[in-house]
Design a protein around this ligand. Structure first.
Ligand SMILES: Cc1cc2nc3c(=O)[nH]c(=O)nc-3n(C[C@H](O)[C@H](O)[C@H](O)COP(=O)(O)OP(=O)(O)OC[C@H]3O[C@@H](n4cnc5c(N)ncnc54)[C@H](O)[C@@H]3O)c2cc1C
Length: 329
């Protein structure tokens, strides 16, 4: 697809962005998906808990399949490897549109979908790097099944640590809670058969034969606790400041997320958000669902009778998937 004017520019080609593009493209809207290629789950060995997708298949296969599917929507969806650097709401030709800077090329869209996901930052512990996503996880529903009946450690603090440790008992009888806890919390966990370690963690030790496999947690006093898997609470961070540039309000509950309505509308007209950026329950399945739902809401908005003619005109131009678009508006 040639040109620099689109109905929708989707920032982020993960499961949320690709799913939205599928819905929008099938509605014959002219869509550009821009993706910087830094998926949240890049460190993961596969995708657990996604219907129809074997958990052990590499993370990249879902994106590749989604991208191939979009290529079939001739004349509607284009995909660009690159990063959206800046974005502005502009008025021109009597209409409001968005000027989107993709690595220096300024493109134009009637609506914007922010689907850039989040960064998950695990606690900065020595040894974490090679273990993150392989035997140190954050989500029992994603990786609990693969860790079942193993020695599972969970680190956090206070009530949240108690809640998560008791939850993980569903996956294994051998659960170790690691972190600061009150006497009452310790007693509650002990009654449920959960071991407790309140000393500060010094490092994570991997299996010498396999750097991705956790073997033990080492504490500040030099003692060790054997563990095959560890669940942690990562800090969540946005990839960029595009939402702030546009003036999108953050979610009142989780500041990394954007405030959205049920259709993914942010506080800024014409700007939508889907996937991790907008979903309090983060998973690939939810990202796909959220992208589909928000894509439909955008299509309903853009395909109001007056705009229909323009969209049909766009849909008749040929589809080309390219790496860079030098076009400017
Ligand atoms: C280690 C780990 C393991 C996980 N395992 C599982 C699992 O097993 N099962 C499961 O269901 N969920 C899992 N998750 C959660 C899951 O990965 C996310 O919920 C899901 O990927 C969210 O999809 P998304 O499309 O919103 O974001 P992402 O998948 O993160 O995709 C967003 C894309 O947008 C791009 N982007 C960001 N900003 C820009 C920009 N300015 N310009 C262009 N592109 C941009 C990024 O580079 C990225 O490619 C895991 C998460 C982590 C951290």
């Amino acid at each position: 697809m040639r040109g620099s004017r689109f109905d929708v520019i989707v920032v982020g080609g993960g499961p949320a962005g690709l799913s939205a593009a599928l819905t929008l493209g099938r509605a014959r809207l002219r869509v550009l998906v821009v993706d910087a290629g830094e998926p949240a789950n890049a460190a993961g060995a596969g995708i657990g808990g996604l219907l129809g997708h074997p958990a052990e298949e590499p993370v990249s296969t879902l994106r590749a399949a989604g991208t191939a599917q979009l290529r079939e929507l001739v004349g509607t969806v284009a995909r660009l490897d690159g990063r959206v650097r800046d974005v502005r709401a502009v008025r021109g030709d009597g209409r409001r549109f968005f000027a989107v800077d993709v690595d220096g090329a300024v493109l134009r869209a009637r609506a914007l979908l922010l689907a850039g996901g989040l960064r998950y930052l695990p606690p900065a512990l020595p040894g974490m790097e090679s273990l993150w996503g392989r035997s140190v996880f954050h989500c029992p529903f994603c990786d609990g099944w693969e860790s079942r009946d193993q020695v599972i450690a969970v680190s956090d603090e206070g009530a949240r640590l108690v809640r998560r440790a008791l939850l993980l008992r569903g996956w294994s009888r051998e659960v170790v809670a690691v972190g600061p806890l009150s006497v009452a919390d310790r007693a509650e966990l002990a009654a449920a058969g959960v071991r407790v370690r309140t000393e500060p963690v010094a490092a994570l030790e991997a299996d010498p034969a396999d750097a991705t496999r956790l073997r033990a947690i080492r504490f500040a006093d030099g003692s060790r606790e054997r563990a095959d898997a560890l669940f942690v609470a990562p800090r969540l961070e946005r990839h960029d400041a595009l939402p702030e540039r546009l003036g999108c309000a953050p979610s009142a509950e989780q500041s990394a997320l954007l405030a959205v309505d049920a259709d993914g509308r942010t506080s800024v007209p014409g700007v939508y958000a889907a996937g991790d950026l907008a979903e309090p329950v983060r998973s690939v399945a939810n990202a796909v669902g959220s992208g589909s739902r928000v894509g439909k809401a955008i299509a309903l908005e853009l395909l109001r009778p007056l705009d229909r003619e323009i969209a049909m005109e766009h849909a008749l131009t040929p589809n080309v998937v390219r790496r860079r678009t030098p076009a400017r508006v």
